[in-house]
Design a protein around this ligand. Structure first.
Ligand code: UT7
Length: 331
């Protein structure tokens, strides 16, 4: 198979994590749970929780500044700012516009993407299309999530899984180089929307006292069904991404999957034929940060020297929507 020529590359990544660490033992003090249950079922040991007043735009701007600094890009050079979040700071304007104002990216077109945990992959794919059309030279993809603001802290089956944080990437044209995005396989299935959702508080059922009382504005999840779909979809997407890139699992130097549950990661890696030594895991420290998890993981993996120029990297993600996808990169 002819190997695809990358159209774009990730010039740099960045991250922002709130300072406040909340361990499983901390949670066990305020709800009926235990470190043993959380760590054995999920692999999560602690997560970051952002304080009141620190929202998605502020965290996203922190990650974006880190990425822009590493890429040597000034705010005024950004042509498009794509921000993925499941936790917008407010319903109008978009969190992307709020982040744009914080960053001073005044020449950029800025908008939000809602694709839950797959949002970073969706964002990179949109950046690829925009740059391929010749509409600009610098795309900023920001994934930022304040999951602590939308989980039901009385639902121990859900709230213990999530954490807050942000990751970002500067995406630029590959300019004929062999390094960059090799393949992208994205999917969604709206028929499965109610496996992971917020029942009300939007346009269909606006916020009122009943919504608040029933906590219908907070996240509901059918954990087991999400689990099954996650493994199947991410594994299939990974297969497609490898095939499209003209490579096999043996060529992958590092797999960077969405960090939701260590058992989901292990099952996906097994299916994809990638040994766990080649799989990046940081969910023990951050929990599930939705769309921020992949860019934060990429950023840490590079900082730790696990990926560098020329490495073959496979990412995969899965989330509410349902949405899922995988991408292969030559870093
Ligand atoms: O980005 C995608 C986001 N979503 C996900 O990643 C979720 C995917 N799903 C999962 O990761 C797993 O389904 C969970 C970790 C959420 C749950 O694991 P499970 O093995 O499917 O457990 P379960 O929901 O079937 O619950 C088993 C038991 C129940 O008790 P009983 O009814 O057997 O007595 C729960 O009440 O565990 C209990 N339980 C807890 N116990 C202590 C549920 N949550 C907790 C908790 N602490 N936090």
């Amino acid at each position: 198979m002819k190997k695809p020529k990358p159209i774009v590359r990730i010039a740099a990544t960045g991250r922002y994590l709130p300072d406040n660490v909340v361990t499983n033992d901390d949670l066990a003090k305020v709800m009926d749970t235990s470190d043993e249950w959380i760590s054995s079922r999920t692999g999560i040991r602690e997560r970051r929780i952002a304080p009141d007043g620190e929202g998605a735009a502020a965290m996203g701007a922190g990650a974006a500044m880190d990425a822009m600094k590493k890429a040597g890009v000034e705010p005024g050079e950004v042509d498009i700012l794509i921000l993925s979040t499941a936790t917008p700071d407010r319903w109008l304007p978009s969190t992307a516009c709020d982040a744009q104002a914080l960053l001073g990216c005044s020449n950029a077109v800025a908008f939000d993407v809602m694709a839950a945990c797959s949002g970073f992959l969706y964002g990179v794919s949109m950046a690829e299309g925009y740059l391929a059309a010749g509409r600009g030279e610098v795309a900023l993809v920001v994934s930022t999530e304040k999951m602590s603001s939308i989980v039901d802290w009385d639902d121990r089956g859900t709230c213990v899984l999530f954490g807050d944080g942000a990751g970002a990437a500067v995406v630029r044209p590959a300019n004929g180089q062999d390094r960059g995005l090799l393949s992208s396989h994205l999917r969604s299935d709206g028929n499965l929307g109610n496996l992971l959702y917020r029942p009300a508080g939007g346009a269909a059922i606006p916020m009122d006292e009943g919504v608040l009382e029933r906590k219908d504005h907070l996240v509901r999840m059918h954990g087991r069904d999400v689990f099954k779909n996650a493994v199947r979809s991410m594994a299939e997407a990974a297969d497609h991404a490898l095939q499209q890139a003209g490579i096999t699992a043996d060529d992958v130097d590092l797999m960077v999957p969405h960090q939701a549950n260590i058992r989901i990661i292990e099952a996906t890696a097994k299916y994809a034929g990638i040994p766990m030594e080649k799989v990046f895991v940081n969910l023990d420290r951050y929990g599930n940060m939705s769309s921020a998890s992949v860019p934060v993981a990429l950023d840490e993996a590079e900082e730790q020297g696990l990926i560098g120029p020329g490495s073959t990297v496979l990412t995969a993600a899965f989330g509410g929507g349902l949405t899922w996808g995988a991408m292969a990169f030559r870093w």
